[in-house]
Every structure is written in structure tokens, then in C-alpha cells.
Design a protein around this ligand. Structure first.
Ligand code: ATP
Length: 229
């Protein structure tokens, strides 16, 4: 059974339709890259999955349960851990407080997060607002992990970050996959990095799934057609 499954999902912002026909699935332990040019519906799809936006048509299931009517807090409690675009940590709480505030029972502890991101441990007493963009992204990932998710969703995993920090984030994602078998749905602009970590990919074009398959089968023609600039 798929961990996450969307079948023919459509969604609107008021009168304007953003998703027309999105289908995708994430299997347990899998890393899936959600791709597509700007404005094609990646963030909207994530919002629908996390129940921050209601969908109009189609079906959504998480771990076999119909989540179509769930409010967002229920989705979070059921194990959908989101690292939103733009991070959004509590700026006036310390690193440690941010992590503790997110904690829910499970394997993830402050110590485990510190092991994954040693920089966060060094900065644990600092206000989140004083962190660099990369450190804030690490904190956002740490916060999502502290909820003990069953599916980690990263929207623009490394956007706007310096190359060294990007490398640290990708290394952490690879490590999560390898060592914990956590299922991950990830959006990022770097196909190269996605290709190193993703098992499968899904491409959206104007709110529709136009390609999905093994990342290794993503041919140049498809890349040029749907992902080229
Ligand atoms: P990006 O990489 O630029 O974030 P995306 O693939 O995540 O792109 P979405 O943000 O999901 O794309 O946007 C899909 C479509 O929905 C776009 O046409 C966008 O203009 C529209 N859209 C997004 N947010 C809103 C909103 N709050 N109100 C109205 N339309 C929106």
C-alpha cells in the first residue's frame, strides 16, 4: 500500500484553477522528486497534501486512509511533516525552543537532530531570527523531524542557499534516506542533486501530472520539454 497517493486531484484558489489533474504516489522508504517549472503547481500540490488548501476533485490517501476531509492539524498528527517554502521557524524562540515546541512522541530527539545538524547544536541558545538562511533551513527540517513524521515533505529544499550549505542539506537528506528509511517528497530546482537522492520523479505542467517514473528513466527529451528554461 502506498504511503501517499493522489489520484486526479484538482484545486482552486478562489475562482482560479491551479491544479487540474495531479496524480502521484510515494511508497514507504521512497524519495520522490516533485518537479516542474515555476508556477506549475508543486507548492499547491503540497498544500493540498498537508490540507492547507482544500482540493476540489480527485482522491487523496495517506497510509490507506482517505484524508480528503482532514484538517491540517490532523494531517500533521498523522505523520505528514512539512518543511515549507521560506522555512517559517518561530523567530523569537531559540533554536532549542523551536525544536522542543515541535516535538511529538517518537524516535526523534534533540540529540538526534543535533547529530544530523551539528551547527544547530552549536547555536541552540540563539534566537532563530539570528540564524543564517541555511541554518534556518536546517532548523525547519529539524522541527519537521521532531514531529516524528512518516513522510517528510520539503518544498524548495535548498532554494537561495549557499553551495556549502546546500551540500549539507543534501547530505542530510541522503542520510535520512539511508539510515532511517524515511519516505520523502522533495521539491528543488537542482535536477543533479535530486537525481542523486530520488528514487522516482513526478513532473507537473500547468497543474497536471505529465510524467512520472524512475528518476534514472528521466530522458533528455522529457527534461528539455518540461524542465528546461
Ligand atoms: P514555484 O516554484 O514558482 O513556487 P509551483 O510549481 O510551486 O511554482 P504553485 O505555487 O503551486 O507553483 O502555483 C501554481 C499556480 O497557482 C500558479 O499559476 C500560481 O500563479 C497560482 N497560485 C499560487 N498561489 C496562489 C494564490 N495564493 N492565489 C492565487 N493563485 C495562486
Amino acid at each position: 500500500m502506498s504511503l501517499l497517493r493522489l489520484d486526479h486531484v484538482s484545486a482552486f484558489y478562489g475562482p482560479s484553477q491551479a491544479l487540474f489533474d495531479v496524480s502521484l504516489h510515494v511508497e514507504p522508504g521512497e524519495v520522490v522528486a516533485l518537479m516542474g517549472r515555476n508556477g506549475m503547481g508543486k507548492t499547491t500540490t503540497i498544500k493540498v497534501v498537508c490540507r492547507m488548501l482544500k482540493h476540489r476533485g480527485g482522491a487523496l490517501a495517506f497510509d490507506g486512509q482517505d484524508i480528503a476531509r482532514w484538517p491540517s492539524h490532523r494531517a500533521a498528527r498523522a505523520g505528514l511533516g512539512l518543511v515549507p517554502e521560506g522555512r517559517r521557524c518561530f523567530p523569537n524562540l531559540t533554536v532549542r525552543e523551536n525544536l522542543v515546541a515541535a516535538a511529538r512522541p517518537g524516535d526523534w530527539t534533540l540529540a538526534k537532530v543535533a547529530e544530523l545538524f551539528p551547527r544547530l547544536e552549536e547555536r541552540q541558545g540563539q534566537m532563530a531570527s539570528s540564524l543564517s538562511g541555511g541554518e534556518q533551513q536546517m532548523l525547519a527540517i529539524g522541527r519537521a523531524l521532531m514531529t516524528n513524521p512518516r513522510l517528510l515533505i520539503l518544498d524548495e529544499a535548498t532554494e537561495g542557499l549557499a553551495p556549502v550549505i546546500r551540500a549539507e542539506i543534501w547530505a542530510a537528506i541522503s542520510r535520512l534516506k539511508r539510515e532511517t528509511g524515511l519516505a520523502i517528497l522533495v521539491v528543488d530546482k537542482s535536477l543533479k542533486e535530486l537525481g542523486l537522492v530520488a528514487d522516482r520523479g513526478v513532473i507537473l505542467e500547468r497543474g497536471k501530472t505529465v510524467w512520472q517514473g524512475k528518476f534514472a528513466d528521466l530522458d533528455q527529451l522529457t527534461r528539455d520539454r518540461f524542465l528546461g528554461v
